[in-house]
Design a protein around this ligand. Sequence first.
Ligand SMILES: Nc1ncnc2c1ncn2[C@@H]1O[C@H](COP(=O)(O)OP(=O)(O)OP(=O)(O)O)[C@@H](O)[C@H]1O
Ligand SMILES: Nc1nc2c(c(=O)[nH]1)N[C@H]1C(S)=C(S)[C@@H](COP(=O)(O)O)O[C@H]1N2
Length: 165
Amino acid sequence: MTYSARVITLSDKGYTGQRTDTSGPALVSRLRELGFAVEPEPVILPDTSDMIEEALRKAVKENIALVLTTGGTGVSPRDVTPEATRMVVEKEIPGMAEAMRAASMLKTPHAMISRAVVGICKASLIVNLPGSEKGARENLAAIEPALFHAIKKIHGDPSDCASAP
Ligand SMILES: Nc1ncnc2c1ncn2[C@@H]1O[C@H](COP(=O)(O)OP(=O)(O)OP(=O)(O)O)[C@@H](O)[C@H]1O
Ligand SMILES: Nc1nc2c(c(=O)[nH]1)N[C@H]1C(S)=C(S)[C@@H](COP(=O)(O)O)O[C@H]1N2
């Protein structure tokens, strides 16, 4: 089974062309390696709550199985990705967000600043990742071991959890 995926980059500088978005393309590339049918171009938006919420709802409506966001998880005044994500998700998966922070703390103490949220809306798993390419890659790597199992369960796989790889 091939699952669909979309990457959404949240970056004021990326949106206005002041910075080249390398985090979005890095995530697209990793998702492709993992076997997702991922759209080649990341969606780039500014750190604006309404626009983020709208983009997430659109992805849910289109039944995108995995939506990765990168950026806006920190504590800068304009960082609103977790709040916008919470407006959309019906269930949070705190363990996945905690796993990302725990693994990231082994890389940098700044990891504790990320307020990333992971949650589900209908058939979509939404994962917030930090903005830097390094942070985005490392956080995704932390949840990769449970990613397909989570997505299969979201899509109603009735198999026994204990027997799943
Ligand atoms: N989309 C991106 N691609 C590449 N590097 C990024 C991206 N977003 C952030 N970074 C890097 O991560 C660092 C921390 O990200 P953060 O979002 O706090 O920066 P920022 O300058 O507030 O970004 P922005 O104004 O674009 O939202 C940035 O200084 C930059 O080096
Ligand atoms: N694994 C990992 N997690 C990380 C980082 C990193 O380099 N590696 N960067 C941290 C930093 S510096 C910040 S400010 C927060 C939030 O980043 P964001 O505001 O760009 O989303 O993510 C953190 N999480």
